[in-house]
Design a binder for this molecule. Structure first.
Ligand code: PMP
Length: 398
């Protein structure tokens, strides 16, 4: 008898990997694709990492190749604590920090620890689609909280918290949000921490892009306003060094870190030890802030070219965000009912984006899509935007 696979409810049904299908279609070499979400590989510090790896093998080879602690290598956790104190005004101790296998794992562990099937999770609408996938896999029901140009609206969050006192978690990306590129100002973040305490609900603050700022002023983290332990702060080395390492972290109340560490142990015992030692060593020998400035400058240049292309080639009715950092901007084309059909039209013009639909927890806003500028050479940004503008003109005038 042929095997019938009875997957658990956590496994997405066939055909739900819409984004996978889009990225596959966009991967045709003829297509200029703004669909992906990758950092610029030309700035990966390959030589520095090679040197750091050699040094780790010489000095800690046996520890680096041995099993390690689920919470992570102490030296790296200390480095993370120093960084979050300097950069984010988050003052914490070793018991507050754990290393994760990419920051994606921090989202997964928080989902696993806080969300039972049927529980409510509040999210920005739209939000990072892989976070939606994680929470969905634990059976979450979403309530999308409306945003404006300054990110999640705090009046709307308070309304949602009043309407959903049962909410288990609020998830937010306050800096250069994926997918919109929007950033939340400091007064909102302060209010956010106050609301979390008032309504006694945990907030997962996801900050992969905060360091990649090319304009404007740094804004303190939501966590820096947290006096009650309601905010869990997470970030990653993926955007400032390299994503292939899969190295992220979470800073939270010790009780939370302890529980998540137990769950992490069941997931993967611990994050790759060698990589943790290598990154700690890399920080000793290199000026990481100077490196981050270089990344930010390149992305800033690319974002500027994209905005110029949008001004030059797009119909005047089109709206778009103009981020001060990160890797994405968000486009809204009025008069479009079916964004996936628009994507298919644009693909015929050999240019691609990610349609907005999968980023929405609730009803998708038609005519929205995400453009990535970090992973595209400058000349191609110009050509691609021209093609995209022509494709939109044609689609709108059909
Ligand atoms: N959060 C957000 C908002 C992201 O955009 C990403 C990466 N695309 C991640 C988390 C996960 O990143 P990583 O696992 O590489 O740290």
């Amino acid at each position: 008898m042929i095997m019938t696979f009875h997957f658990s409810k956590r496994v997405p049904a066939d055909g739900t990997d819409a984004v996978g299908a889009i990225l596959k279609a966009a991967a045709d070499p003829k297509v200029i694709s703004f669909a992906g979400g990758l950092p610029a590989p030309e700035l990966f510090p390959v030589e520095g990492m090679k040197k750091a790896t050699d040094k780790v093998y010489e000095e800690h080879g046996r520890e680096a190749l041995q099993y390690g602690a689920a919470a992570g290598v102490t030296e790296l956790r200390q480095l993370i604590l120093k960084r979050v104190a300097e950069k984010e005004g988050v003052h914490a101790n070793l018991e507050n920090v754990m290393v994760t296998t990419g920051s994606e794992q921090a989202i997964d562990l928080v989902g696993k620890a806080f969300v039972n099937p049927g529980d409510t999770v509040l999210v920005e609408d739209p939000t990072y689609l892989c976070a939606l996938d994680v929470f969905r896999s634990y059976g979450a029901k979403f309530v999308g909280v409306p945003m404006d140009e300054d990110g999640m609206r705090m009046d709307a969050l308070e309304d949602a918290l009043k309407a959903h006192p049962e909410a288990k978690l609020v998830y937010t990306v306050p800096n250069f949000q994926n997918p919109t590129g929007r950033t939340m100002p400091a007064d909102r973040r302060k209010k956010f921490a106050e609301l979390a305490a008032k309504y006694d609900v945990p907030v997962l603050e996801d900050n992969p892009y905060g360091d990649i700022r090319f304009a404007g002023q740094h804004v303190p983290s939501v966590k820096s306003f947290d006096k009650t332990g309601h905010v869990f702060y997470m970030s990653t080395f993926s955007k400032i060094l390299a994503p292939g390492f899969r190295l992220g972290w979470l800073v939270a109340d010790p009780e939370v870190v302890k529980k998540l560490t137990v769950l992490k142990q069941s997931a993967d015992l611990h994050t790759d030890n060698l990589v943790q030692y290598v990154v700690a060593e890399f920080f000793k020998e290199n000026d990481v802030d100077a490196h981050v400035k270089e990344i930010s400058a390149l992305y800033g240049k690319r974002k500027q070219l994209m905005v110029e292309g949008l001004q030059k080639y797009f119909p005047k009715s089109v709206k778009y965000t103009n981020p001060e950092g990160g890797m994405f901007l968000w486009v809204t084309v009025p008069g479009v009912d079916d964004t996936v059909a628009l994507f298919k039209e644009c693909l015929k013009h050999n240019v691609a984006f990610v349609p907005g639909d999968p980023f929405f927890a609730g009803k998708p806003q038609p005519g929205t899509f995400r453009l990535n500028y970090s992973n595209m050479a400058e000349d191609k940004i110009q050509v691609g935007l021209k093609q995209l503008g022509a494709a939109l003109d044609e689609a709108l005038n059909k």
